[in-house]
Design a protein around this ligand. Structure first.
Ligand SMILES: [Zn+2]
Length: 322
């Protein structure tokens, strides 16, 4: 009889670390989370170790655990298992894969969270069974993953799929990466907040400022989404503009990759049609046929569990257990 396998998936974020035991069907059997320590990389590694330790203790049968998958923001060298650098974590050239592998004696794999969100969606979410998929995770910035012919496309050093830094407005605002008018500067939560502040700064009235208790620094993407839901004119205008730029980016993605599906997740995706409708309109107007005819633009299916599920899927994928 074939043994029923599981994997431990760990999602390492700037504010929290979430970990879970997942079976090959994508069921999370148990999960834990911890606040990401504010200290050094050693402190963060200790927190990861603690969570994996607790999950192994709770596992019904440890021999069923096939391996550990690690998802992190930032630039990852997949082959070497190294986090080269990460925007919100104290990691620089950290050999995290070998650290975890030698501690627990389990096969361990490490990849970028954008890649793993896409892999998770293709294993267990909105893109199951689909071979050519581009996944976008739209939060403060834009993470991405590309699945070509059923495999993650990682490029020469694992740094592919930085679609968030595709330039879509060459004279646009400066991005955190140093370039100008990057996709994530024009079409993320950051863009929503920037545009809302600009318009309110010009003297326009909006419930957005009321919800932020009159303070500019309290304006958030979530607040703008909530206000747009109340039909606030300015908030809807902001979503139309950001949705336009989202559509421009998706137009480029579809023309390059000819995917069957573009899956959109992350906090900003909670706005649903508020942002997707203007994006779809741009795609309908600008994207080449037949590329646009086969490309569905859909919301992600895994929500905030996409990190754990994608990291576990990486283990099954690498060990060919799916
Ligand atoms: Zn950039």
């Amino acid at each position: 009889m074939e043994t029923h396998k599981t994997a431990i998936g760990v999602d390492i974020g700037g504010t929290k670390i979430a970990a879970g035991i997942v079976d090959t069907e994508g069921h999370i059997l148990s999960s834990l989370r911890a606040v990401t320590p504010a200290g050094t990389s050693d402190d963060v590694v200790s927190a990861i170790n603690y969570l994996i330790d607790k999950l192994i203790e709770s596992a019904a049968n440890i021999s069923e655990v096939a391996g550990v998958g690690l998802a992190t923001a930032g630039t990852v060298d997949f082959k070497e298992g190294v986090i080269v650098q990460s925007p919100n974590l104290p990691f620089s050239k950290l050999r995290l894969r070998s650290i975890i592998e030698s501690k627990f004696g389990l096969p361990t794999f490490l990849d970028n969270d954008g890649n793993l969100a896409a892999l998770g969606e293709s294993y267990y979410g909105a893109a199951q069974g689909i071979k050519n998929v581009v996944g976008l995770t739209i939060g403060t910035g834009i993470g991405a993953g590309i699945i070509m012919n059923g495999c993650l496309y990682r490029g020469a050093t694992g740094a592919a799929a930085e679609i968030g830094h595709m330039v879509i407005e060459a004279t646009g605002p400066r991005c955190t990466c140093g370039s100008y008018g990057c996709f994530e500067e024009m079409a993320s939560g950051r863009a929503l907040v920037r545009l809302a502040k600009e318009k309110i700064g010009q003297g326009r009235q909006s419930l957005i400022l009321e919800l932020a208790e009159g303070r500019f620094e309290n304006i958030t993407g979530q607040g703008i989404t909530e206000t747009a839901g109340k039909r606030d004119k300015l908030a809807i205008e902001v979503f139309n503009e950001v949705g336009f730029w989202l559509g421009i980016g998706i137009n480029n993605i579809i023309n390059i990759f000819n995917p069957e599906m573009v899956v959109i997740g992350g906090g900003v995706a909670d706005a649903g049609e508020l942002i997707l409708a203007p994006a779809r309109q741009v795609v309908a107007e600008r994207t080449l046929h037949p590329n646009q005819d086969v490309a569905e633009i859909v919301l992600a299916g895994l929500g905030n569990q996409s990190g754990i599920l994608g990291a576990a899927a990486l283990v099954f994928d690498e060990l060919s257990l799916d």
